[in-house]
Design a protein around this ligand. Sequence first.
Ligand code: GAP
Length: 491
Amino acid sequence: MSQNSAPSTTLQDIIAHAKEYGFVFPSSEIYDGLQAVYDYGQNGVELKNNLKQAWWKAMTQLHDNIVGIDAAIFMHPLTWKASGHVDGFNDPMIDNKDSKKRYRADQLLEGKAEEYTNLGQPEKAQALLTKMGALLSAEKLDEVRQLIIDENIVCPISKTSNWTEVRQFNLMFSTQVGSVAEDASNIYLRPETAQGIFVNFLNVQKSGRMKVPFGIAQIGKAFRNEIVARQFIFRMREFEQMEMQFFVRPGSEMEWYENWKATRLKFHQAIGLPASKLQYHDHDKLAHYANAAVDIEFEFPFGFREIEGIHSRTDFDLKNHQELSKKKMQYFDPDLGEDGKAIGNYIPFVVETSVGADRLFLATLCNAYTVETGEKERTYLKLHPALAPIKAAVLPLVKKDGLAEKAQEIANSLKSSFRTIYDEGGAIGKRYTRQDLIGTPFCIAVDYETMENGTVTIRHRDSMEQERVAITDLKEKIGYAVSMERILEEI
Ligand code: GAP
């Protein structure tokens, strides 16, 4: 028997599987969908919630000095001025005049660099990326356009290089608050959850008597008007972030940056992403707020791409909020410094970890999707048991002779401990297959022997091996295997 997931798995396989088995649907599909917006189905929401729970516990339960918040999506408009998003949260866009298609100028050049790399010319690729980074930082958009032309980049649709000028496009969505037109004011849908943490920094620090270093974690929706939205749930206009801002003493930020880099990589491995499919990627072009930044990338069917960013954000955000709000963002550090003097007041520096829940979901799904070929072909999701939407399915061999009732009784007895379903429809082999396709790690079969001696068989999803166990042992045996503890112990 041979197994494979990526690279022979295509994104199309994943999209089809996600739709067919209730993981992800296109948004408002009956109206032909809405580009770059997706809905999570009955199994998808469970998997996503489990991922969010793993992250939340990894942050708040494993660290005494990290607490969570849940800030509003709408924020005072000045928040986005202070954060730099009003002036700097832009993507350079370019249109092809013949096809009328719009592209991100940086992505066209990155695509070219990838071509060079694939042709065995990594130096040429790096030189192009460096040049692009310099031109974009200096806002030399004319020269970015020229670079696209010089590199002979053509529109994949029209095959021409009849390009418009490059323009900056702000990615924030805006809307109005206020019931009367004259009173209405423009506000934004948050493009990152981080600012909800920054503006609450002192509220949490004071009410929780937190001492630096400490962190604030948050999970929530973010919105970006992405110019080119593609690759399924990888790049969406409405998505979910799991962010943690870690407030540290100025000067200690690089140590914490390294520390969080390592901790976050371990998290991804603990939820089941293999080390061979994960890599760090240092940023060529730093965001407007960062003095160091790295991505953790996962190998999707379409190549290595970012799933998480770790940024050393200095005191950029708190300082700017202090300036615009006129409220002090300083922390009083009661400890003594090396010179024996009290350290006193300062604005903390921040190391941020920011992972997209949807990208993590996609990475998990791509990694779990397994096709076995050979004498017995099957497709199944090899999800970490703690992440699986359903942990156990109880299946009576037949419906008669009291087996169905016994199986229902067993399912009911397990439900309060972990997500268990009862399924009596169709041949048992078909029912195993149904559970394999959604990644259920344990199937419990109830047969005639069950009625005689109170035992059942547990069928293990990955090995398909079956073992006979007492009904009274099920809760303990399966309970630990599917618990979040299993993930947290690995971090
Ligand atoms: N607060 C920092 C920040 O927002 P980012 O690198 O722009 O940094 C962090 O975003 C993470 O959010 C990314 O690593 C990615 O997982 C996720 N993300 C960003 N844009 C996304 C989009 N359009 N669709 C899905 N996920 C996205």
